[in-house]
Ligand binder design. Structure first.
Ligand code: CTP
Ligand code: MN
Ligand code: MN
Length: 510
């Protein structure tokens, strides 16, 4: 029988706190020094909490009044693990990876036994997963997040935009970028993977102990994390930010159409500023770079959600003029819930369309915009898609769909916003837009591939190859053992084929 009073039902009266009952136990009363409990008041109520705290202390348990770093076990009643996590986040309290979330039933058993009992699955509070797993049902769902091993693959983690480890990931992203500029691929990958795994943690790393059991953190990365914990900054990052090569590459690649090769050339020629590059008579620029310089200010200022929505209207209007049955889906960062982006990405497809019509659509759309004076830059890439081609082995391979990379002139009037980002006199903004057209039966693969993030995509492919003996790209999924293509009508089906829990777009910000 439950020896404890049950929680109050019905409306609760607010009573003044009984301070006597809430006093911490003195050290000599504590019999079990390895455990530090905190009992959550939420859904339990003040008086029941006070009673339980008193009872636990009388049995020799250390129970804290406030949540602090020393707490090892949070005990809650009528709360799921997700509820507890949410509460912690609202309070702006970081949960360390060591912290256990336990149901009141555990404390009840401890009280009965007069000592701590082993915490098992039935006591551990489950951090909710919004979708049932597609494979091995039960197992994943019954384990609380704290007990789950963090996967080395981003596609087995949930990464929302709520990043608890900005101080570390900002530093690692700079180091990854610097490695990219120096074409040090293995270093770049190591920094990107480390940053990605930290972005998925539901707590802030505050000591090196917190990094135990987290994959993708090599010795070098751990040194950087340690330095940031101790000094608040990394000397290596500071050096990179002051490095001439880094600064120049960062500046040059901010121009649309300028990649590593061009940056290297300009850097070697001694250029350090864009105005010097721009005014140099001996340099030849591609059409893309010319557009990049012409609309530089607009293109470096991020695209807002409101602007993305205005572009979305524009794209839908134009596409449906020529193909009423077309489906236009916003992809890329905005589909992942980002508030800003460097461009706006769309996937276009239609259930009823001839190959000829399909081939023409993007051209018709850009011709229409051209006539209206809305097309500032346009680069069409024709399809090289082949139905029977096996998925690419490369994790960063470009896809074969027909697409166009554009710069559109977006009238401020079309944007539903508070006008704050608008320049005096100029009535429009240049916006980078990517349109991709895919065959209807490939839409799930194309959508998954164009939603990103890049790291998420890379890890999906790596996972398919190494864990499932399958090949995945933006067009198809191929089972190498069975030698068959696996069809999918939705992203959910692709995750299911791969034996992965479904990860929502907003959880793919790896
Ligand atoms: N992508 C692709 N092939 C390309 C370009 C992009 O498959 N040639 C995919 C990438 O996987 C990427 C997604 O399309 O995740 C969107 O690309 P991009 O616009 O570069 O990145 P976003 O994640 O949208 O970031 P941002 O908000 O900065 O635009
Ligand atoms: Mn994008
Ligand atoms: Mn893009």
């Amino acid at each position: 029988m439950d020896p404890l009073p049950t929680a109050h039902s019905g409306p609760r009266k607010k009573r003044p706190r009984q301070m006597g009952a809430l006093m911490s136990s003195t050290p000599q009363d504590v019999k079990f020094r390895d455990l530090v409990l905190f009992i959550l008041e939420k859904k339990m109520g003040t008086s029941r909490r006070a009673f339980l705290m008193e009872l636990a202390r009388s049995k020799g348990f250390r129970v804290e009044n406030e949540l602090s770093d020393s707490v090892t076990h949070i005990v809650a009643e009528n709360n799921s693990g997700s509820d507890v996590l949410e509460w912690l986040q609202v309070q702006n309290i970081k949960a360390s990876s060591q912290l256990e979330f336990l149901d009141i039933s555990w404390l009840v058993e401890c009280m009965g036994a007069g000592k701590p009992v082993q915490t098992t699955g039935k006591h551990q509070l489950v951090v909710r997963r919004d979708h049932p797993p597609s494979s091995n049902p039960g197992l994943q769902n019954t384990l609380p997040q704290t007990a789950q091993k963090i996967s080395q693959y981003a596609c087995e983690r949930r990464t929302t935009l709520n990043n608890w480890n900005h101080v570390f990931t900002d530093a690692l992203d700079i180091l990854a970028e610097n490695s990219e500029f120096r074409e040090n691929e293995s270093c770049c990958l190591a920094f990107m993977r480390a940053s990605s795994v930290l972005k998925s943690l539901p707590f802030t790393v505050s000591s090196m102990k917190d990094t135990e059991g987290i994959p993708c953190l090599g010795d070098k990365v751990k040194c950087i994390i340690e330095e940031i914990i101790e000094d608040g900054e990394s000397s290596e990052v500071k050096a990179v930010l002051n490095d001439e090569r880094y600064q120049s590459f960062k500046l040059f690649t901010s121009v649309f159409g300028v990649g590593l090769k061009t940056s290297e050339k300009w850097f070697q020629m001694g250029f350090r500023t864009l105005s010097k590059v721009r005014s140099d008579k001996s340099l030849k620029f591609t059409r893309m770079q010319k557009a990049g310089f012409l609309y530089y200010e607009d293109l470096v200022s991020s695209v807002t959600k409101a602007e993305a929505e205005a572009v979305s209207m524009l794209v839908k209007e134009a596409v449906r003029t020529f193909l009423p049955s077309a489906l236009v889906t916003l992809t890329g960062g905005f589909r992942r819930g980002k508030k800003i982006g460097h461009d706006v990405d769309f996937l276009i497809t239609s259930p009823e369309v001839t190959e000829e019509k399909e081939q023409q659509l993007l051209h018709q759309v850009t011709n229409l915009w051209e006539k209206k004076g809305l097309l500032l830059y346009c680069d069409h890439v024709e399809s090289t898609f082949e139905k029977l081609k096996l998925p690419s082995r490369k994790v960063d391979a470009l896809d074969h769909f027909q697409k166009c990379f554009l710069i559109l002139k977006l009238d401020h009037q079309r944007v539903n916003s508070d006008q704050s980002s608008q320049q005096e006199g100029k009535t429009w903004k240049a916006i980078r837009v990517d349109l991709v057209m895919c065959p209807y039966e490939r839409r799930a693969f194309a959508l998954l591939g164009w939603t990103g993030s890049r790291q998420f995509e890379r890890d999906l492919r790596r996972y398919a190859t190494h864990e499932r003996k399958m090949m995945l790209d933006n067009h198809a999924l191929y089972d190498k053992a069975k030698r068959i293509f696996l069809k999918a009508e939705s992203e959910e089906e692709i995750f299911a084929h791969l034996g992965l829990d479904y990860i929502e777009p907003w959880e793919r910000n790896a």
